[in-house]
Design a binder for this molecule. Structure first.
Ligand code: PHE
Length: 446
């Protein structure tokens, strides 16, 4: 049944793919708004600490297990477990991971679909197609269904092409474009009146909030979601890294890229919100907080862009292209998890696996689209607040308590021969064994 496995062709290719997975709606939308509603830089500060102290060790657990076992999440966890009980647990965690990531993709595709619709809107206005523009920007079930399908077709097409010719190729094209667009937008927004108020709201900390349990829960959830942890994504990407690669180093680079782009996104979104305020757009909700949910991206920012005159069309295209790119490089990493399992454990050819799994997830997405109010928030909070942190906790337990320590060291040594003398090996095993599980549980039970 052993199908031929793919491999990333270079460090750059892996970094683009993994940071592409990590950088998504969570960074450009979730992080800035979480920061704004949780005491500005106090949240940023807590987030940075949690991302490196908890997120990075958990990320490393996935990368190391993945590269060692060279297989999908279910097979990987099973092969590092020796006893019957731990093998059973491995199967359970692997499958819950597959279900969780599929559900994440099913809501992610809906939001990504909105981004594509808003990307096409300014183009349609430029072409004088006003009724199309109205259709694109009105929240209807039918529009949402159409764009879920378009987005999922793109995701399936990339995954069908495989690791090197699909994931790596597209991530290597799209991620540099994303960074370029982000920087240009920041520079432009900084020239507008009101931007400095936004910068202040973002960077001046309200330190009285740093020990607020809710802030810590939000910051941890944000870190795990943003680093794509727990659901097997990073494990599967890790399984495609070359054996010569220095894992602790590439792990740090992925975490830095993820956190760096989140921080940059904050430099765009918060100033943009205050520029919108300055131009007369409502940015506070009825309770007096900043509008943070869907309203921010699909009403506040579009209102700002349309107040900008003709250049607003260009800015809108750039902004929603940014969002679409961020979504797509994340969605492919989600679909890869069940597809890798179907190819390796079920012997299904990749194109067929991508299509069938893609069709199942699209159907779930459509069920959510047509039952939005009862289902959407429920699926989001179940997957990201409940399932993801717990799965991450179990992966740490597998790496630190079930897997043999000398095998881990051997794996790290492959790409860095003096690994046991390095800082990573002095700290990480202790961290994943004790600190990560306890901290995740503590925050979870908040
Ligand atoms: N990290 C992605 C984001 O920030 C979301 C994601 C979660 C991707 C889980 C893969 C797996 O938007």
């Amino acid at each position: 049944m052993a199908a031929e496995r793919g491999e990333f062709s270079s460090r750059f290719g892996f970094l683009m793919a993994a940071s592409g997975s990590a950088v998504g709606l969570g960074n450009i939308w979730g992080f800035p708004t979480n920061t704004a509603s949780n005491g500005g830089a106090a949240f940023l500060f807590a987030y940075l600490i949690l991302a490196f102290a908890l997120g990075y060790p958990a990320l490393m657990a996935e990368l190391i297990i993945g590269r060692h076992t060279r297989s999908n999440a279910v097979a990987a966890l099973k092969s590092i477990s020796s006893g019957k009980k731990s093998q059973f647990l491995a199967l359970a965690i692997g499958f819950v991971g597959i279900v969780t990531v599929s559900l994440i993709l099913s809501f992610y595709a809906i939001v990504s679909g909105w981004m594509m619709a808003f990307f096409l809107d300014p183009i349609s206005r430029l072409l004088g197609l006003t009724s199309l523009s109205a259709w694109l920007t009105t929240d209807t079930e039918i529009r949402n269904a159409v764009f879920v399908i378009i987005f999922m077709v793109l995701t399936v097409l990339i995954i069908t092409a495989g690791v090197k010719d699909g994931i790596e190729k597209w991530a290597s094209r799209l991620m540099p474009a994303l960074v370029g667009i982000l920087l240009l937008l920041i520079l432009y927004v900084f020239t507008l009146p009101g931007a400095m108020d936004g910068l202040r709201a973002y960077l001046v900390p309200d330190f009285s909030r740093v020990t607020d349990p809710q802030l810590l829960v939000n910051a941890m959830g944000q870190a795990f979601f943003s680093l794509s942890l727990g659901v097997g994504t990073m494990l599967v990407y890790g399984s495609y890294i070359s054996k010569d690669e220095n894992l602790p180093v590439v792990g740090v680079l992925v975490a830095l890229l993820d956190v760096g782009i989140a921080v940059l996104a904050g430099l765009l979104i918060l100033p943009a919100m205050y520029v919108a305020l300055e131009s007369g757009v409502q940015i506070y909700d009825d309770a007096g907080g900043l509008i943070a949910g869907p309203g921010l991206i699909v009403s506040v920012l579009p209102a700002l862009f349309s107040n900008m005159g003709p250049i607003g069309l260009l800015v809108a295209v750039a902004f929603f292209a940014l969002m679409t790119i961020a979504s797509l490089t994340s969605s492919i990493s989600m679909l890869e998890v069940p597809v890798a399992y179907s190819v390796e454990n079920r012997g299904i050819p990749r194109p067929k696996a991508a299509m069938v799994v893609g069709a199942i997830i699209t159907s779930i997405s459509l069920v959510i689209v047509f039952n939005f109010d009862p289902l959407f928030d429920m699926v989001v909070s179940f997957t990201t607040e409940r399932s993801q942190p717990l799965l991450s906790l179990f992966i740490c337990i597998f790496a630190a308590w079930i897997w043999r320590r000398n095998e881990i060291l051997e794996e790290i040594r492959q790409g860095s021969s003096k690994a046991e003398q390095g800082m990573f090996w002095k700290i990480w095993p202790f961290y994943v064994k004790f600190i990560c599980p306890v901290a995740i549980l503590a925050v979870y039970f908040q």
